[in-house]
Design a protein around this ligand. Structure first.
Ligand code: ADP
Ligand code: UDP
Length: 303
């Protein structure tokens, strides 16, 4: 596979053609942008960090049955992907109120939602990605009814896969944005998840401290952007790459703790139960003995 001409230079990634018209190279740059590209900065190691995180998450999603454009990692900053005809909308699912939803409806950031909320945004920096609904997509010809239903269901499915994965690493998946498209080689085929899943396009909070581990650190000038971004998902990725499933480690630690805690109690409970049982048995035998004695005595009297 040969990397050829640049096709598109976005705010954070560059897309290249390859010698196969069905495949593209997605190059992750260090550029970080916010507010529709009006705030831009270079953050060392961001490109390679996001390339790795994306590869890891795409792998997890594919394993869970979500078809994606990701083919394989090529090097630190490049990934090979299936060329898609993108649907020009962003699909957002929120588990916790934050960002534009908090502002739009005047709801405190951090408010837990009783169930995930889905939103469509029309992808246009010039228009600041306006919120749109199913009718806009259908009537304006951006997507048909089947694609709309599929995008919603796939975006929710991603939540079911990733929410527990992050939670297991002590991270809350607050919200995220996905993009979908059809393979150019199979335009009538199924929708594939395109673009990326990285801390650039989602909100991740430390479950214990609520510390932000995503691009909000850049948007809100909180500093330590890469340090914090690398802290969570890359740590998660490393753990899983190293085949150290945290869930089982943590579960076994928890189980051990529970066992330690339950052992003395269990022993105490057993001792008390045994003592009570022996006491009960003693009483029964005593009563029986008494009854037998009376019986014998009565028989003697009669005899
Ligand atoms: P933006 O366009 O928002 O500035 P990026 O800098 O991330 O975003 O550029 C990547 C662009 O590539 C996005 O516009 C995205 O829709 C597009 N894209 C992502 N995956 C694919 C794909 N498999 N085929 C074609 N285009 C893709
Ligand atoms: N998002 C994104 N690209 C955008 C807009 C939003 O990746 O152009 C992500 C964002 O990182 C967050 C989610 O989508 O995880 C919801 O974003 P929101 O609508 O709250 O907008 P924001 O205030 O973050 O721009």
């Amino acid at each position: 596979m040969e990397k050829r001409q640049e096709l598109y230079r976005g705010k954070a990634k560059t897309v290249y053609a390859t010698d196969d018209p069905g495949l593209l190279v997605m190059h992750f740059r260090d550029d970080t942008s916010a507010f529709d590209g009006t705030k831009v900065s270079q953050l060392a190691q961001k490109g390679e960090t996001n390339n790795r995180i994306n590869a890891f998450i795409m792998g997890k999603l594919a394993a869970a049955g979500v078809a994606t454009h990701f083919v394989r990692l090529l090097n630190e900053r490049d990934s090979l992907v299936i060329a898609l005809k993108m649907i020009p909308v962003e699909c957002v699912v929120r588990n916790v109120c934050a960002g534009s939803m908090a502002k739009r409806y005047g709801i405190a950031e951090g408010t837990r939602l009783s169930e995930p909320i889905f939103e469509f945004f029309y992808k246009s920096d010039a228009l600041h990605d306006p919120l749109v609904n199913d009718d806009h997509l259908r009537v304006l010809g951006w997507a048909n009814a089947t694609e709309i239903a599929e995008m919603k269901s796939l975006t929710h499915r991603v939540n079911q896969v990733l929410k527990p994965l992050f939670a297991d690493a002590g991270i809350e998946l607050v919200d995220y944005k996905l993009e979908f498209g059809h393979a150019v080689s199979d335009p009538a085929g199924p929708l594939l998840l395109g673009d990326e899943f990285t801390p650039d396009g989602c909100r991740l909070w430390d479950l214990a401290t609520q510390e932000k581990l995503d691009k909000d650190r850049f948007r809100r000038d909180l500093g330590g952007v890469i340090e914090n971004i690398r802290k969570s998902p890359s740590a998660l990725a490393c753990r899983c790459h190293n085949a150290l499933p945290r869930r089982s480690k943590r579960a076994s630690a928890k189980r051990q703790k529970q066992e330690q805690r339950s052992r003395p109690c269990g022993r105490l409970f057993c001792s008390i139960a045994t003592a009570l049982f022996l006491h009960f048995l003693g009483c029964v035998l005593g009563v029986l003995g008494g009854v037998l004695g009376i019986h014998r005595r009565a028989l003697g009297v009669l005899g």
